[in-house]
Design a protein around this ligand. Structure first.
Ligand SMILES: [Fe+2]
Ligand SMILES: [Fe+2]
Length: 147
């Protein structure tokens, strides 16, 4: 497996978790929705952290982007997505499915565009730069700890 494949698969896992929360909300299973939303949030924040604290700094150093470049935009978009989680949690606590679906609709658009940019551009650049260290990096990603 390549770094690019690993990270792309992780995007899909987060998407699937969100789809599961949505189906619990649609069925008004609020406790289950809250439980799965915690998983979705943790997986997504872990993914962002893997990028911001591990992959992006490695890339910035080797590609000598000097703090600008594609990773800056990616970090900003992560921050945008992070602001949505407290609102999602609120809407679930209030059992407000209209508000919840309004929030996930815009979150989905943001995340889909973001993920596409990473998968088509940034991960490809990272793969090319770090192809020789592929196995080591995959191991580090698999064992990545986030709390
Ligand atoms: Fe990202
Ligand atoms: Fe990503």
């Amino acid at each position: 497996m390549t770094i690019k494949e690993y990270m792309t698969q992780n995007h899909k896992e987060c998407d699937e978790l969100l789809a599961q929360v949505e189906s619990e909300v649609a069925n008004k299973n609020w406790d289950k929705a809250i439980e799965l939303n915690d998983l979705f949030k943790n997986e997504t924040l872990k993914h962002f952290d893997m990028e911001e604290s591990y992959l992006f700094p490695m890339f910035e150093e080797r590609a000598s982007t000097g703090g600008c470049g594609p990773t800056q935009v990616m970090r900003m978009e992560h921050d945008q997505a992070r602001t949505v989680f407290p609102k999602l949690e609120e809407s679930l606590k209030e059992k407000d499915s209209d508000r919840y679906f309004g929030l996930t609709e815009s979150l989905m658009i943001l995340i889909q565009q973001h993920n596409l940019k990473e998968e088509q551009m940034l991960y490809t650049m990272i793969q090319n730069l770090f192809n020789d260290e592929n196995e080591t990096i995959i191991e580090a990603l698999k064992n990545y700890e986030f709390n």
